[in-house]
Unconditional design. Structure first.
Length: 438
């Protein structure tokens, strides 16, 4: 509207004065002055219209921006509301699953591998705080060299150990062959496993990757791992697969005191990079269980080793010698036969998840294994790990203290009674098998 601002009121007043002047000029016959006045009035009017139009356009633009901004805010609120609704739905599903899980765990006719392994972790943590003078089987199992000594005593091949050092400052890689694997005795996973190839004095390449590293930097990396790489430290031979390539893929057998629960076969693209791992779970005959592992990359095309039956027999024997209801035995198929990788009491820290039916199947395996172990203990089996009579390997440097692995007591017995797994189906019914594929 005209006249809403001081400038507009001034322009209107000016137009009125010019109009009066133009009218007077026309009355007096001053034609030229009348034309000038009329032209001025026209120009001022047009300018006022342009100003008003510009102001209206600016106001419309501001209103459009405001409306757009509000629409975006509303869209964001709607998106947040939809996300919240989805989250609520997910939480409801999780709550329903948790309730169903609790119902299953409360049912004495049901079982759970996940709950069993987490209960075992609670148990050996509590046991660790007791600091017993004679460590149990679960407290002896985290030591790699100790497990190699145990396996060798039963005639199971283990990697050749080139050198053992009591601490990081003592490590001298120059005395080793050009290819070897550096490890720590304590620590889980592959974070403290370094397969190395010497490129020059003091410089190495990490096998399975393109990384090159100096010896001083390597030792600093080991030092930085802290409790994840506990002493002593040792260098062992680099294993080669049947085809000649270094670092063969290990086969991980989930063992329940002489019985197979499942077997993990896998391929690793890059050492230490979990994202490059492809796997599948099979039964003791090599039949695929299918997609039973939650959030794991199942690959049906992974081949089962030709020597799987020999690996199963080895793992049966060794798991009975360990003296726990459950452990995982990792084995390699190498150019010199089946070789021990390691023995694990709680794979993945007890965080593996399987579909409910398979979790229950493994849970039943655990309960049955506990019952068999208890029966053997009552029948006279010595408690704890049992060493065989095939070899008396001693890998640890001298040390003091009852909790130092070199000073753990050894119970040595012939394998004929306690370590040879029975194969009679009447003695061990309900072995888990993968469903037959159509």
């Amino acid at each position: 509207m005209f006249g809403t601002t001081r400038r507009q009121r001034f322009a209107i007043g000016l137009i009125v004065l010019l109009g009066l002047a133009t009218a007077v000029s026309a009355a007096l016959g001053w034609q030229r002055a009348a034309l000038v006045g009329l032209s001025s009035i026209t120009v001022i009017g047009v300018l006022m219209l342009l100003v008003v139009h510009h102001r209206q356009q600016s106001q419309l633009a501001k209103m459009a921006k405001t409306v757009t901004r509000e629409l975006r805010r509303q869209a964001a609120r709607d998106k947040s509301a939809r996300a919240a609704s989805r989250r609520v739905a997910e939480l409801k599903q999780q709550l329903a699953a948790a309730k169903a899980g609790n119902t299953r765990l409360d049912d004495l006719d049901r079982a759970s591998f996940r709950q069993s392994i987490r209960q075992q972790i609670r148990f050996f943590r509590a046991e660790h705080t007791l600091r017993p003078k004679y460590p149990s089987a679960s407290l002896q199992l985290p030591f790699k060299l100790r497990n190699m000594e145990l396996a060798a005593s039963h005639g199971i091949k283990v990697p050749e150990v080139f050198k053992v050092w009591p601490d990081i400052d003592s490590i001298d890689l120059s005395v080793l062959p050009d290819n070897f694997v550096l490890k720590s005795d304590g620590g889980a996973g592959s974070v403290a496993v370094f397969p190395l190839e010497r490129l020059a004095q003091g410089r190495y390449r990490m096998l399975g990757t393109r990384e090159e590293i100096m010896e001083t930097d390597l030792l600093d990396r080991v030092r930085s791992l802290g409790r994840q790489a506990r002493p002593p430290y040792f260098a062992e031979e680099l294993l080669y697969g049947v085809g000649g390539g270094p670092i063969p893929d290990d086969v991980k057998l989930y063992m329940f005191y002489g019985e197979v629960g499942q077997i993990l076969v896998r391929t690793v693209g890059t050492h230490g990079d979990a994202s490059t791992i492809r796997l599948k779970f099979v039964d003791e005959d090599g039949h695929d269980f299918g997609k039973i592992a939650i959030r794991r990359q199942h690959d049906v095309n992974i081949e089962v080793p030709d020597c799987l039956d020999q690996m199963v027999a080895t793992a049966r024997h060794l798991s009975r010698a360990v003296g726990l209801p459950f452990c995982r035995v990792d084995l390699y198929e190498t150019s010199r036969g089946i070789v021990l990788g390691e023995i694990t009491r709680a794979p993945s820290g007890g965080n593996e998840r399987f579909v409910e039916a398979h979790d229950e199947l493994l849970g039943r395996r655990w309960i049955q294994a506990s019952a068999r172990l208890t029966a053997d203990l009552h029948a006279g089996r010595p408690i704890g790990p049992l060493f065989g009579t095939e070899a008396a390997l001693r890998l640890y440097p001298a040390g003091t203290g009852d909790r130092y692995p070199a000073n753990f007591t050894r119970t040595t017995v012939p394998c004929s009674r306690w370590c040879h797994a029975e194969t009679d189906a009447a003695t061990h019914p309900e072995r888990p098998h993968a469903p037959e594929q159509p």
